[in-house]
Design a protein around this ligand. Structure first.
Ligand code: NAD
Length: 446
């Protein structure tokens, strides 16, 4: 059944490609803007659906997920109008060379469950702005807002067949898309393990791949950091969206001189975070995505404890009082682990839940080495008031993104992506344009 749906979706996208790709960027831009307006008009309904489907708080869905989905369409509707291509003259040969960029064809887009519409539209918007047609597969765990968006396509003036969404599991629908010979490009966001399988399966077709994967992101806090800013931001960077953001901090390195103060204040603030009914606007953390995921996250805390680490607050230490209607939900308290070794699985593996580890360090040299000592390299934060140090450390961290004295401040013009096991390729205005188009060099002799 799924395979048939993927086949039909790819065919529809293939049929729509000649007309869509021949439209001017301006014509495509107007349709993207219209779709943005329609989603924004229904923002509250989208936010409610995202929160109910995923477990995230209504506040997060209202202020982050859906506004960003709207902005993704507006941003690429605008940026597609501003690209230029290259031209050089070779006078001695009587030649002019220039580059031409054309859309690739049918783009396969696969996204995860943590930021459902946000991440799906981060792929759809640039792909169609560039003139590709698409087959998108949202996570089978969180498909509702993708479905709601589909219902707005016609009203936005999107021609039939340009945007196709298939609903199904990764192993069936996802893999059928990855293996389809008429889909020359796959943009994937998800786990490193799935990316390895996608790479393997797509290899016989030599597909263009963009892989945005997991992280084990360090926060490095030097003794001259402004803790009044650092503590609330590190709290958010550790636990926002239940810690289910690829960019979340899960290893906090604190310089020895301020370690005790940091830990005392950080734990006190963590304990104030309210966990409960996602529809309650005063709640900071909602439910985790599934029972299996909750069990997996909890098992990491158990392992840490068995290894001799100290659980400073949260899971297994504090009790979680839930409202009557939420007793059976997949909730857990934000958890802080200390006295843990760098080799521990909690310091090495992506947990993707509300668990963060805090450890001491002495020197800049030492902390860079330890921060880099994992297989991932997605995002890092550095806290210091010493500008020279901030630049030095940022440059040496093996990470696609480094935020200093802040977290999750994004300019979509700039590259986004990870190094090592955190991904291959970058997305962003120029990078997405390059990924979703093919470049050709043309030489004219006069
Ligand atoms: P996942 O890899 O299990 O699934 C992601 C998507 O891939 C889903 O749509 C799934 O159905 C599909 N899929 C699964 N197996 C497939 C296969 N064999 N072929 C094709 N598609 C397949 O990831 P998840 O659990 O949904 O998401 C969590 C992961 O995503 C975490 O590792 C997180 O760090 C990562 N993530 C990364 C970023 C980033 O930008 N780097 C952003 C968000 C999430």
């Amino acid at each position: 059944m799924n395979l048939f749906r993927v086949e039909a979706a790819v065919r529809a996208a293939k049929d729509a490609f000649p007309i869509w790709s021949s439209k001017s960027p301006w014509e495509r831009s107007q349709i993207l803007n219209k779709l943005a307006d329609l989603i924004e008009h229904d923002l509250e309904a989208f936010a409610q659906a995202e929160s109910k489907d995923q477990g995230k708080t209504i506040t997060f869905a209202r202020t982050v997920d859906i506004p960003r989905a709207v902005y993704n369409f507006r941003f690429f509707a605008s940026s597609i109008l501003h690209h230029t291509t290259e031209c050089t003259e070779m006078a001695s040969m009587g030649c002019v060379h220039y580059t031409s960029r054309t859309p690739v064809g049918v783009a396969g887009l696969i996204s995860p469950w943590n930021l459902p519409l946000y991440l799906l539209t981060w792929k759809i918007a640039p792909a169609i702005a560039c003139g590709n047609t698409i087959v998108a597969k949202p996570s089978e765990m969180t498909s509702v807002t993708a479905w709601m968006m589909c219902k707005l396509l016609e009203k936005a003036g999107m021609p039939h067949g340009v945007v196709n969404v298939v609903f199904g599991t990764g192993t069936k629908a996802g893999e059928a898309l990855v293996c389809h010979p008429d889909v020359p490009l796959i943009s994937f966001t998800g786990s490193t393990l799935t990316a390895q399988r996608i790479t393997e399966k797509s290899a016989p077709h030599c597909k263009k791949l963009s892989l945005e994967l997991g992280g084990k992101n360090p926060a490095i806090i030097f003794d001259d950091a402004d803790l009044n800013q650092c503590i609330p931001t590190t709290l958010r960077s550790s636990f926002a969206n239940q810690g289910e953001i690829c960019l979340c901090t899960s290893r906090i390195f604190v310089q020895r001189g301020i370690y005790s103060e940091f830990v005392k204040r950080f734990v006190a603030e963590t304990k104030k975070w309210k966990v409960g009914n996602p529809s309650d606007p005063t709640v900071n953390m909602g439910a985790l995505i599934s029972k299996e995921h909750l069990e997996k996250v909890r098992s990491y805390v158990k392992k840490a404890k068995a290894e001799g680490a100290r659980i400073l607050c949260g899971e297994g230490v504090d009790s979680l009082a839930l409202p009557a209607g939420n007793q059976k939900g997949y909730f857990m308290l934000p958890t802080v682990i200390a006295e843990i070794k760098d080799e521990s699985c909690c310091m090495q593996e992506e947990i993707f839940g509300p668990v963060t580890c805090v450890v001491e360090f002495d020197t800049e040299e030492e902390v860079i080495k330890r921060a880099n000592g994992v297989k991932y390299g997605l995002a890092a934060t550095v806290w210091s008031s010493n500008v020279g140090r901030v630049h030095r450390v940022a440059r040496r961290l093996q990470s696609g993104l480094v935020w200093t004295n802040c977290w999750l401040v994004r300019d979509l013009n700039l590259p986004f992506g990870g190094v090592k096991a955190s991904g291959i390729g970058r997305e962003g205005a120029k990078d997405s344009y390059e990924f979703f188009t093919e470049v050709k060099t043309i030489t004219i002799k006069h």
